[in-house]
Design a protein around this ligand. Structure first.
Ligand code: GTP
Length: 871
């Protein structure tokens, strides 16, 4: 395809942009219309565009028809519908269409409301079960109470129906999008319902508006909501939306993303609220019983009902039929909840909330409305000398924000640049080892990777490693073909070579973005940055800035003048001066905070790298970081973490090993057996790869995450540790450092010389039949310092025993540059002229190998014995 043709094509992302929608939304619509689409770069034919436009029209017409129908059926609601639909329908309509494709009911049930709330509804409906966390329990109690409240209201107050309708439609938007109409609530007006016009202090309907205040009231006040009067609370807390953004809220979420119940309710109530007969009918058709719910502990009947999308009365009836007499506020134990859910045909996943001191395992579950776009975090990887560092430096120097120019560059492990008013965060330790070492520690810091390939050198072994490390982390890859200024540059050759690793450029029908750059001559840098933003847009990286900060330590050190210093990437929330925090097993209070331009900051939001002082000790790179309410709490958590850390160091490993593979498969812990293969030559690696790929036992397959020729390196081990993989060495040995790291990280390395044995071992392990009676144990190494050829005897190697011991009865293998050259018996072992039984480390000896004479200076002789494995 020519360049011109390329330019004339309309691509998904361009089309999306023209509608002010995201590519993701357009892709969703295309899929819904059964139009094949790969990604944001896919070309949209004219016919495709017309079909999408028709789709928007249909949705709009449909919504209009329903609105008219609803208006006819209820005078009160007609006004609300008309008012709410007067916004910019075209765009909003198309937006909601995309999200509605997730949940068709959302389109019908929400069509009376403003389109944006429609979008939220669909999200909420989808996410509800997952999002209900431990604190959500409390929220839900309140929900169920105020649910009762709204129902009462509609019964008791004739005027409340209109209000109720308003409330049930609008607060959604308010709740989810604090900027839309939220002003009414936040403004401290005692409008319980957050009634949309603000003109009626409607009391019944404001679930969305009242949920938040309730949440905050409850959290600060402990258990208040459970005992208090349901009717009164909403009114009392009506204006409490003000609490949002207040200091206190920052400690209320994290693992306690407790607002979900509120959103959910809005969605449900819409179906349930007092509507005319037509709605009643529609509601009955929709069975919104969830397939699965997540339970995080005991709950009240009301809370359980909410989770099951049932009325409390229905649940109470069911309980009676199961022989349990309970009221709405009665606590149900886990067994009863399971029984109840089972009776409704709902699957239950039990997730017991994690303790504060294991905060790195806490999932961030934010209300979608609280999420804001954050800068993508990018890592640069590639082969040695392909220009990673130069590229990082060039990007940094060319894209300094106007306002920031003149700042003194600080190396704080990461930096931010700005292009088109959007920021990008780069981690400035290039290379996949650093990246995977972080990952091995459980830190997920990066959003995407740039693989740098020098156009004059092409794909090299570390390029392949980098690709595999990025893939193992499941990250999007952009290829920067560097050094295009060089005379020998051949970018097309790089593209060609990379197709072998499933990185196919868009112009060849693939979906990998390639950008030609010259880091040295500063060419193509802007385009590269734009592509990063494009990938970021498609992936919609978001975080909630309005809560306590959480992130990862990128680097840390002890500074002579300032004490322990940590460079931290804030990933969620906002970090502020004075915040008490835990980093790894250390704690502290943020004394000072500096950004990469050397500026002092008062606060730092998501994706911002900062250097902080105020720690008591030096944490480790990759350590998790989180803010807590005060220093005392932070200290107690840090203490608990150090104890747990010490204990877990003592306890056994949790990595997969072939010996425990079968159990892991049985327990469903393993879906793929991740394997790294290193072999002496590429041919044997390929042979092994294709044989292993055929193995499948109990639905578990072998997944080769990395392979290559050469010794097993430390980088292989780190990747294995990060990806829970085992390492297979075929005619190769681990390097000394790799071996040490493998022992430390408890990575299982299997060394073989016969392909058949590898396959058999893996197969047997997967079937649970691996029953190793003997296991190899290396007892020592000797380095060949000299060789002497003696006729009739052969070659004698003059050696120094460098580790362990060499024993006459042991078997030996000869290793040259990490490759096993020979394996067999030791023929003779001598100290000077005498035969020796064994020679210990630090002594010289003469060794001959049985049937092998091609020993060379610099070779290593590894002595090993076969030991019986005790179960
Ligand atoms: N001609 C030319 N040379 C470049 C370009 N980018 C980098 N170089 C040169 O390539 C060499 C290696 O660049 P580095 O940035 O150190 O490469 P690296 O990948 O960071 O290397 P390691 O840190 O050793 O892994 C340096 O001499 C750079 O000046 C480029 O676009 N064009």
């Amino acid at each position: 395809m020519s360049k011109q043709e390329n330019k004339d094509k309309l691509r998904v992302y361009e089309y999306a942009k023209s509608l002010n929608m995201s590519s993701k939304e357009i892709i969703t619509i295309l899929k819904r219309l059964d139009i094949p689409v790969n990604n944001h770069m896919s070309v949209m034919e004219n016919d495709t565009v017309s079909r999408v436009e028709q789709f928007f029209k249909d949705i709009k017409n449909n919504a209009a028809a329903k609105r008219d129908g609803a208006a006819a059926s209820s005078g009160g609601s007609a006004k609300a519908a008309a008012a709410s639909s007067s916004g910019s329908e075209g765009k909003a309509g198309s937006k909601s269409a995309a999200s509605a494709s997730n949940d068709h009911t959302a389109i019908t049930s929400a069509s009376n409301n403003k389109n944006q709330s429609e979008k939220q509804v669909s999200m909420n409906n989808n996410k509800t079960p997952n999002q209900t966390k431990s604190a959500g329990v409390a929220t839900q109690t309140r929900n169920s109470q105020s649910n009762g409240n709204s129902q009462n209201n509609s019964g008791n107050r004739p005027s409340s129906q209109g209000g109720d309708r308003q409330g049930s439609a609008r607060p959604q938007g308010q709740n989810n999008r604090p900027n839309q109409g939220g002003g009414q609530n936040r403004g401290g007006r005692p409008t319980q319902g957050g009634g949309q016009g603000g003109s009626r202090p409607s009391q019944g309907g404001g679930q969305g508006g009242t949920n938040r205040p309730q949440s905050s009231a409850n959290r600060s006040g402990g258990d208040a909501s459970r005992s208090g009067s349901a009717q009164d609370r909403p009114r009392r807390d009506g204006g409490g939306g003000n609490n949002r953004g207040g200091g206190q809220k920052r400690f209320e979420d994290g693992n306690k993303g407790g607002f979900r119940g509120g959103n959910n309710r809005g969605g449900n109530n819409r179906g349930r609220g007092g509507r005319g007969g037509q709605q009643q009918e529609r509601r009955e058709k929709i069975d919104n019983t969830p397939k699965k719910i997540i339970v995080r502990g005991e709950m009240t009947v009301g809370e359980t009902a909410k989770l099951l999308h049932k009325d409390a009365s229905e649940v109470i009836k069911k309980l009676i039929s199961l022989g349990v007499m309970a009221t709405i506020n009665q606590e149900l134990d886990m067994d009863t909840i399971l029984l109840l859910a089972g009776d409704f045909g709902v699957e239950v996943e039990v997730k017991i909330p994690v303790e504060d001191d294991r905060f790195e395992t806490v999932e961030e579950n934010d209300d979608p409305a609280d999420l804001e776009v954050r800068p993508p975090v990018v890592t640069i990887m590639g082969h040695v000398d392909h220009g990673k560092t130069t590229l990082l430096d060039t990007i940094r120097s060319t894209s300094v924000t106007a306002g920031e120019a003149g700042g003194i560059t600080q190396h704080i492990g990461a930096y931010q640049v700005e292009i088109n008013h959007k920021k990008i965060t780069f981690l400035d330790t290039p290379g996949h080892e650093a990246f995977t070492a972080m990952r091995a520690r459980g830190a997920q810091v990066t959003d995407m990777t740039i693989i740098v390939v020098a156009a004059d050198d092409g794909v090299m072994p570390q390029t392949v490693e980098a690709i595999n490390h990025a893939k193992a982390a499941g990250l999007p890859i952009i290829v920067a073909v560097n050094k295009i200024d060089k005379p020998g540059a051949n970018p097309d050759k790089v593209k060609q070579e990379l197709t072998e690793y499933e990185l196919v450029p868009e112009e060849w029908g693939g979906d990998t973005i390639f950008v030609n750059v010259s880091a040295k001559q500063k060419l193509g840098i802007e385009e590269l940055l734009e592509m990063i933003l494009l990938v970021a847009e498609v992936n919609e990286y978001k975080a909630n800035p309005n809560k306590r900060a959480r992130g990862t330590v990128i680097e840390a050190e002890l500074d002579k003048g300032r004490g322990p210093v940590a460079r931290v990437l804030v990933q969620h929330g906002t970090l502020k001066i004075g915040d008490a925090f835990v980093a790894g097993n250390c704690f502290g209070r943020v004394r000072a905070m500096v950004n990469d331009k050397g500026r002092r900051l008062k606060e730092a939001g998501p994706s911002t790298p900062v250097e902080i002082t105020g720690l008591t000790e030096v944490p480790g790179a990759g350590d998790p970081f989180m803010v807590f309410e005060d220093e005392r709490k932070a200290r107690s958590i840090a203490d608990k973490r150090s104890i747990t850390h010490r204990q877990s160091e003592l306890s056994s490993n949790t990595r997969v090993t072939l010996d425990d593979l079968f159990n892991a498969i049985k327990e469903g812990e393993i879906k793929d057996l991740n394997v790294i293969i290193k072999g002496d030559v590429q041919g044997s690696v390929e042979a092994l790869k294709s044989s292993l790929a055929k193995i499948e036992v109990e639905g578990v397959r072998v997944k080769i995450i990395h392979s290559g020729a050469g010794a097993i390196t430390e980088s292989d081990i780190i990747l294995a540790a990060a990806s829970n993989a085992i390492v297979i060495g075929f005619n190769v040995r681990p390097e000394a450092q790799a071996k040490a790291t493998a022992e430390q990280e408890k990575v299982d390395i299997r060394l073989h010389r016969v392909i058949y044995n590898v396959i058999e071992e893996i197969e047997q392990a997967m079937k649970g039949m691996l029953d190793p009676v003997f296991k190899e144990s290396v007892i020592g190494h000797a380095e060949v310092r000299n060789t002497f050829k003696i006729s009739k005897v052969g070659t004698i190697a003059g050696c120094m025993v460098t580790s362990g011991k060499i024993s006459r009865s042991a078997e030996a293998r000869l290793i040259r540059d990490g490759i096993v050259i020979f394996e067999g018996k030791i023929d003779s072992l001598k100290r000077y002229k005498d035969d020796a039984k064994e020679v210990a480390q630090g002594y010289e000896c003469g060794i001959t190998l049985d049937g092998y004479n091609d020993l060379k200076e610099g070779d290593t002789i590894e002595a090993f014995i076969m030991e019986e494995v005790k179960h």
